[in-house]
Design a protein. Structure first.
Length: 217
């Protein structure tokens, strides 16, 4: 496939504010005249959204860990083939709320599957395709979980795990940043939402050198 467009992913633990920030980033890029496709994982295409339902409606421990990895991988393949790659081919910019780094953290570390098998399956479905830019919305675990509790969000199996579990995920994300410094940027997500948006917009503008577009728009 060609990649005429750009692929940006947002990652982070629970309560980082990703769903608000992906929308704000999409609005910003659209204001510069960019064709934007906003999507998410698990999901982002009809088949992948059906797998999301299968995945979310069952409690922790229902799926065998390897089965869970296969479900997430199957959903990602559908998302790539039906949504992400066609959009990039026509020159759109794709912003995804979570992508493969979530699996490298939640399944490889959280479910103890290890990075080897996670990377193996990823290569089977995507070869060496990776986001151009990944924004890690980073914040202390207690702050993120506090936000989830405040908005009554206890419906997801991973949100119900202990604080140590979430700390492991945060450490896993920060390790990925060190290993992939070229495509990762860390955003401090502990501040208020408007400040996080400003930080994201500035980071994206600098990364893709979009300032001249501001002048033109
Ligand atoms: P969300 O809270 O961002 O909507 O994501 C739903 C849950 O899906 C979240 O707990 C993380 C989990 N997840 C994985 O475990 N592995 C994955 O590969 C992805 C994309 C999400």
């Amino acid at each position: 496939m060609t990649d005429a467009g750009k692929f940006i992913t947002l990652e982070g633990g629970e309560g980082a504010g990703k769903s608000t920030q992906v929308k704000a980033l999409a609005t910003h890029l659209q204001s510069l005249g960019i064709d934007v496709v906003l999507t998410r994982e698990i999901g982002g295409s009809p088949g992948a959204e059906a797998i999301r339902q299968l995945w979310l409606e069952k409690g922790h421990g229902y799926w065998d860990a390897l089965t869970e990895l296969l479900l997430v991988t199957a959903a990602r393949r559908e998302h790539l083939v039906k949504t992400i790659w066609p959009a990039l081919e026509r020159g759109a910019w794709v912003i995804s709320d979570r992508f493969a780094d979530s699996t490298r953290v939640y399944q490889a570390i959280g479910l103890n599957l290890g990075i080897g098998i996670v990377d193996h399956f990823y290569e089977q479905i995507a070869e060496d395709f990776e986001p151009h830019l990944t924004l890690l919305l980073d914040l202390p675990v207690e702050v993120g979980l506090g936000r989830m509790t405040a908005r009554g969000g206890q419906d997801d199996r991973y949100q119900q795990q202990k604080i140590e579990f979430h700390q492991q995920l945060r450490d896993g994300y920060l390790a990925l940043v060190n290993e992939n410094a070229g495509r990762f940027r860390v955003i401090d997500a502990s501040t208020d939402s408007a400040a996080v948006t400003t930080s994201i917009v500035n980071t994206v503008d600098a990364f893709f050198d979009l300032r001249q577009r501001h002048a033109a728009s």
